[in-house]
Design a protein around this ligand. Structure first.
Ligand code: XUL
Ligand code: CO
Length: 436
């Protein structure tokens, strides 16, 4: 069998003192941290689209990266060889999960029927590879945003014929995800949004999106797919306004359309920052509302400001993220999917290893730091102390729904001016740095 990463053997854990760039310094899959192995906590996934289909194109020029499997011959021969390369990469890297869009693994043909046949062929191969390599599908998804038919959206398209096409595509993508034993299915809004309100019936589009998602839930039940459905928020790009703007917005949408029990969110770090939030904010919002499902682990660049999808390397960020995720009970169906791409100048196959090794090490350090933070309980104790007033007296009565405005007025008249306490932000930031 052809090898696409010759000379690279399975990436080993060599510890923090190692200077081998092709070794883990912190990610030690079987090492126990806070009651589970690192592999069980982190559930790393490699994404197919950037890692195997991305060639470094940007708005100013086409791709710079040449991949050997792209010389394999016909479109389908290329698809087969790409799959082969992907599974070689997964094994050598030592991740347990992967994620894909339908169109990443099999290129579109002239008709939907023909396209679906192509998918069936590749899915059969992928199933065998999953079994032989001990790999699992974290989630599958649909690309209903690249083809020109989706220029005005998929489920929010003004044309019911495009809506129907998108539904047919999602139907098939859910079937193949089920076939591959996928743990989940992601809806990222793609072009569900608008470029100008001058041509947009916002209410109708949102209602159609709600109907579309309900159809997905119905179909999921019909085929017996037990995976988790996720929505991945993103505020803008490619459209000026994406309907799944952020976690709070998605949560409201799910509740309005009777979908709250059927969906969780897939939070992407770079999408959080595009929405003017931190990654941590989006995670905390989801945890507070019981809707954190999975994570697209990447980062943006503050000076560029678009969705640069860089590999995560910032230990402070991974520490804060893992601190939230651990406190939220950890992943069940979800995991950390590296929805990230190597830079345009990183043209060698080995760069894919450097990128993933660094990101996995960054999250392993984040996990270990977060576990220590939780064990010490300093931050939890500080927050509990800050809100302790709500555990007794008038605070407890408000929380229990026993006090109203009149009781609060009586309380205020009796106690006068409230006592104020420092927020201690600088001290807390200093303590955080002791863990990072
Ligand atoms: C786009 C993005 C997608 C989704 C899957 O910004 O993040 O790759 O994760 O469609
Ligand atoms: Co993503």
């Amino acid at each position: 069998m052809k090898e696409y990463f010759p000379g690279i053997t399975k990436i080993a854990y060599e510890g923090p003192d190692s200077r081998n760039p092709l070794a883990f310094k912190h990610y030690n899959a079987d090492e126990e941290v806070a009651g589970k192995t690192m592999a069980e906590h982190l559930r790393f996934a490699v994404c197919y689209w950037h890692t195997f289909k991305g060639l470094g194109g940007d708005p100013f020029g086409p791709g710079t990266i040449l991949r050997e499997y792209n010389n394999a011959g016909s479109e389908m021969e290329i698809a087969e060889q790409t799959l082969l390369a992907a599974f070689e990469f997964f094994s050598k890297l030592g991740v347990g999960f992967w994620c894909f869009h339908d169109r990443d693994i099999a290129p579109e043909a002239d008709t939907l029927a023909e396209t679906n046949k192509r998918l069936d062929h590749i899915v059969k191969l992928a199933k065998d590879f999953q079994d032989s390599h001990g790999m699992k599908l974290l989630w599958g998804t649909t690309n209903a945003f690249s083809h020109r038919r989706f220029m005005a959206g998929a489920a929010t398209n003004p044309s019911p014929a495009v809506f129907a096409y998108a539904a047919s595509q999602v139907k098939k993508a859910m079937e193949i995800t089920h076939e591959l034993g996928g743990g989940g299915y992601v809806f990222w809004g793609g072009r569900e949004g608008y470029d100008t309100l001058l041509n947009t019936d916002l209410k109708r589009e949102l209602d159609h999106l709600g109907r579309f998602m309900n159809m997905a839930v119905e179909y999921k039940k019909e085929i017996g797919f037990g995976g988790q459905l996720y929505i991945e928020p993103k505020p803008r790009e490619p459209t000026k306004h994406q309907y799944d703007f952020d976690a709070g917005n998605c949560h409201a949408f799910l509740q309005k359309h009777g979908l709250a029990g059927d969906f969780k969110l897939n939070i992407e770090a770079n999408h959080a920052t595009l929405a003017g939030h931190t990654f941590l904010h989006e995670l905390e919002y989801c945890i507070a509302n019981g809707i954190l499902g999975s994570v697209d682990a990447n980062r943006g660049d503050l000076l560029l400001g678009w969705d640069t999808d860089q590999f995560p390397t910032d230990i402070r960020e991974t520490t804060l993220a893992m601190h939230a995720i651990l406190r939220g009970g950890g992943f069940t169906t979800g995991g950390l999917n590296f929805d990230a791409k190597v830079r345009r100048q990183s043209i060698d196959p080995v760069d894919l290893f450097h990128a993933h090794i660094g990101a996995m090490d960054a999250f392993a350090r984040g996990l270990k730091n977060a576990a220590r933070m939780i064990e010490d309980g300093f931050f939890e104790a500080h927050v509990a102390e800050r809100y302790a007033g709500w555990d007794k007296g008038i605070g407890a009565e408000v929380e229990a729904g026993k006090a109203g405005f009149k009781e609060l007025e009586t309380y205020t008249l009796k106690h006068g001016e409230p006592e104020l306490h420092s927020g201690r932000q600088e001290m807390l930031e200093n303590v955080l740095n002791q863990y990072v």
